[in-house]
Design a protein around this ligand. Structure first.
Ligand code: MOS
Length: 727
């Protein structure tokens, strides 16, 4: 019996290609006749373009074409309601935000296009943009959720009455995905058939979205995204740059590549909205909650984007409380399009909630872990459904033990190590597992390989390897003989998208279904094909085990059978479509513990230690799972201490370069101790696996902030926590 690879450490199957530079990313395709495009972006925050002077650009070396609103290439606005970018570039002269696309220069080389683009001047009639969330009043409610105990007329009465009341308002400016790979698109037409190479979390949604922008049949567009240097939400839609590239390639009759500069990435392909949140709590003196209210006002651009609702999966999930209200509001600003970013609601929402809980712990004198156990929810606080599998209490206890929580100074600013103040903080993570339909094709080949194909993509998270592990487990074969295929809109339709930490949990059962169906196809061929040694046998008398067919004493490998019957490959499709109306609520959970040191003179902040324990159901690949958890925690450390892009009154981002927009580097990150419990979720699917990708990001920032408070006695409510706020 071969050992199942499930849960073991499996090295990335795409690792060798990546470290040797042979994995092609979107800008690594060089079709014959390729030309290069460079975007021109608006330099005012709001207004109208009166004129653009392109004469010098058109005369510059190598320039082939210049497109502007005054000499456009046509694109169709397919905006279909709320929650997406609501304009397409070059179709009108309106400037909606600073950094909007107002031109595309095409030339023989990237450098020629970039240099010519710099020669274009634009004349604007400007009006002051609305950019300040701080100056804006409450936005319009997007989603109000309210649960009231019998006899309670208004949650405000409970929130006022106490006995203990907490009001915590936290703010954070815009943050950016800053994926390692800048967005890029290579578009090539063959007659009326378009192939687009572009980063896409959902190739099978991006391809038709590009087709719609061009006004062509979706069947004519194939999108390929084999390798991507990070998505984090920023590659979930097809952005205007991809549509514009495809449209210009069509107009020119030549393959075209558009690669964004690092600065252009900051304004054209989404960011996490600035948000202000207030959490109000009423509790008994022993810390038990009587009411929880979470209000938020998030930036929502006039140009459209993704609406941030931070409370739904944090304050709406984590704690038992008789009264609950979530009011998630949006404020219209003239800023670049917002988009979902890595635990999009949960990361900001959990910072607000878990900071407020820490304040309640400090006020009541109840230990923060004990406080969370006293308010432990065994069913979804809003929906009333039990959780499918929840062992968060063990995460708290095991995490506290591994971390040494009992050594936490109960009184802030009471432990020192030389000139350093030492503090410890903790927080709770939760992330929903959406159950989505998935389709997978399993194909036996006569060379002994088996391909496992899904229309999803791998953003660097490990989906290539999960397909290989899942295929190997289902078919009883070594991981090495499985050939995963993904990142192509032409693969079997219905593949789940690489969003919402959903790929592994949703693809696993589809691989099983496809594997079983493919074995069925193989067995049928074995008894039906006259050239098969099993021909004529009762199908019930032939079995498949570990890549071989058996009947009595006869046995042969699937590849031998395929060669014997002269068939290069046999396959089957497996599809799963989990019922959405489950009696259970599906969430993954975790507990974070952080120790920081803060210099007593300079207020330099360093994270000393980080321990997290997660409850995510079955882990499929220990190596890539750990990597996701660690990566998420690093995001949280960046969220707490570094990441911020304040916007200036003219609509310009103050930190729209990698020199100014700070993210953690190795020197900022200590050893991170990650552990998981490993209880299979009996209700999610037969694989027992829930999503885990984004979970580490949730609330890790709050653990850092709570540790900083414990070290210094100072509570910083405006992220990021920089040393000036501690002096
Ligand atoms: Mo993710 S923010 O669900 O791409």
């Amino acid at each position: 019996m071969s050992v199942s690879p499930i849960g073991r450490e499996t090295a990335r199957v795409d690792g060798p290609l990546k470290v040797t530079g042979r994995a092609p990313y979107a800008a690594d395709y060089h079709p014959d006749g390729l030309v290069h495009g460079h975007l021109v972006l608006a330099t005012v925050g709001r207004g109208t373009l009166r004129a653009m002077d392109v004469t010098r650009a058109e005369a510059a070396p190598g320039v082939i074409a210049v497109y502007t609103p005054f000499q456009p290439v046509r694109l169709i606005n397919t905006f279909q309601g709320f929650g997406a970018e609501n304009y397409v570039p070059l179709q009108d002269t309106t400037v909606r935000f600073r950094g909007q696309i107002i031109g595309l220069v095409v030339a023989g080389t990237f450098e020629q296009a970039r240099d010519a683009a710099a020669l274009i001047t634009a004349d604007y009639a400007g009006t002051p943009p609305r950019t300040s969330l701080a100056d804006a009043g409450p936005g319009r409610s997007q989603d109000i959720v309210q649960v009231l105990a019998p006899g309670v007329a208004s949650i405000d009465d409970v929130l006022r009455a106490g006995p203990v009341t907490i009001t915590t308002t936290v703010t954070q400016p815009a943050q950016h995905h800053v994926a390692m790979e800048p967005h890029a698109t290579t578009a090539t037409w063959e007659d009326d058939q378009l192939t687009v190479y572009s980063g896409a979390q959902m190739p099978q949604r991006s391809a038709p979205a590009i087709a719609a922008g061009l006004g062509i049949d979706p069947a004519k567009v194939r999108l390929i995204c084999r390798y991507t240097g990070g998505g984090f939400g920023g590659r979930s839609p097809a952005w205007n740059e991809a549509k514009l590239c495809a449209a210009a390639a069509r107009a020119l009759g030549r393959p075209l590549k558009v690669v964004l500069s690092r600065e252009q990435v900051f304004t054209t392909v989404g960011h996490r909205p600035a948000v202000r949140q207030t959490v109000r709590l009423a509790a008994q003196a022993d810390g038990r909650l009587l009411a929880l209210a979470h209000d938020s006002d998030a930036e929502y651009p006039a140009a459209g984007g993704w609406p941030l609702i931070p409370a739904q999966h944090t304050s709406g999930v984590l704690y038992r409380t008789p009264n609950l209200r979530l009011d998630q509001r949006l404020v219209t600003l003239d800023t670049p399009s917002t988009w979902a970013m890595r635990a999009p609601g949960e990361a900001p929402g959990s910072f607000a909630l878990e900071t407020a809980l820490d304040e309640l712990a400090a006020r009541t004198g109840v230990d923060p872990v004990e406080l969370r156990l006293r308010n432990y929810a065994t069913q979804h606080p809003v929906e009333g459904r039990p959780f499918s599998s929840k062992h968060l209490d063990q995460c708290y206890r095991l995490g506290a033990t591994r971390f040494g929580w009992d050594r936490r100074p109960a009184r802030p600013r009471s432990r020192t190590d030389g000139d350093w103040l030492i503090g410890m903080g903790m927080s709770t993570a939760a992330y929903p597992t959406d159950r989505e339909a998935a389709t997978v094709r399993v194909r036996f080949h006569d060379n002994g390989r088996v391909s496992v194909a899904s229309g999803t993509s791998d953003l660097g998270t490990g989906a290539w390897t999960v397909l290989a592990v899942a295929g190997a487990d289902t078919l009883g074969l070594p991981v090495e003989v499985i050939v995963p295929e993904l990142g192509d809109s032409a693969l079997p339709p219905g593949g789940v998208g690489a969003v919402g930490s959903a790929v592994t949990a949703n693809t696993m059962p589809a691989v099983r279904a496809a594997g079983r169906a493919a074995i069925g196809t193989l067995l049928r061929a074995a008894v039906e094909n006259p050239r098969s040694p099993f021909h004529g046998l009762d199908p019930a008398d032939v079995s498949y085990r570990q890549g071989r067919l058996h009947s009595g004493r006869r046995s042969m490998g699937f590849d031998e059978l395929l060669r014997a019957i002269g068939t290069p490959a046999l396959d089957a499709i497996g599809a799963t479509d989990p019922a959405q109306d489950s009696p259970y609520a599906f969430h993954s959970f975790g507990a974070h513990f952080c120790e920081v040191r803060v210099h007593r003179l300079t207020a330099e902040i360093r994270v000393n230690r980080f321990t997290s324990v997660f409850d995510v159901g079955t882990v499929i690949n220990a190596r890539t799972a750990r990597s996701q958890f660690i990566g998420g925690i690093i995001w949280g450390i960046g969220h707490a201490l570094l990441e911020a892009d304040p916007i200036e009154p003219d609509g310009r981002y103050a930190a729209a370069t990698m020199a100014d927009y700070l993210v953690p580097v190795n020197a900022d990150i200590p050893d991170i101790d990650v552990h998981w419990l490993g209880y299979p979720d009996p209700h999610i699917s037969e694989s027992g696996a829930r999503g885990l990708g984004e979970l580490g990001t949730v609330a890790s920032a709050a653990a850092v902030g709570n540790a900083v408070y414990n070290a210094t006695g100072i509570r910083v409510h405006d992220l990021p926590i920089t040393l000036d706020k501690l002096l």
